[in-house]
Write a protein that binds this ligand. Sequence first.
Ligand code: 5RP
Length: 227
Amino acid sequence: MNDKQLVAIQAARQVQDGMIVGLGTGSTANYFIEELARRHREQGLRITTASSSVASALQAQEQGLPLVALEHLRKLDLYVDGADEITPSLALLKGRGYDLVREKLLARASDRFIVLADKSKLVSHLGEKFPIPVEVMPFAWQLVKTSLESLGITVSLRQNAAKDGWAITSYGSLVLELQLPKALNSGELNQLLNNIPGIVEHGVFDELADAVFIADNGQVEEIWKNP
Ligand code: 5RP
């Protein structure tokens, strides 16, 4: 069993009968979906799930998990997802995928948000290893880019996988990738990006995670915000 699987199985133990569970996106979240489906099938665990992306919805559907559309939910009990970077204060960078809007909605609407990762995701500040993704309304991208550049931030428009066009998110937004001139506090960064018109959503998840489960060589450490 690899580290991602291990941490996903530990998180799946948090799920109890009757819960509404948000399903994350990515390779670690996929292991969580797999384990949840196994418990549903083999142990008769009664749950409802909501997906953070088309990819996680398909995964849940294929594995026979009961899925409900986001528009029918007022709140969730638990959301479990991966992240690209995690700071010591449990601020996250997410969004290597294309579903930031749904991911942040689920994180905010859940009683508990548990993040699954291996040790390679731990950083001292956001933007240390990856550029910060920012979803922008297509007609606003140049204006948003100019606003960000005036703050000394280096901005590029994300290319698609074939590098022959621009990346488009699930909601038709373009994605800007930001390189910060210096390390910024995640709260300040969050505020700064929240305040720029034309930004639909961004990959800084500040004050949203309740716990991070970190796997390292077959061991899992649980770090809870309020232990
Ligand atoms: C998608 C995400 C993923 O959770 C993040 O990229 C981690 O992926 P993986 O579990 O494959 O390392 O934020 O938007």
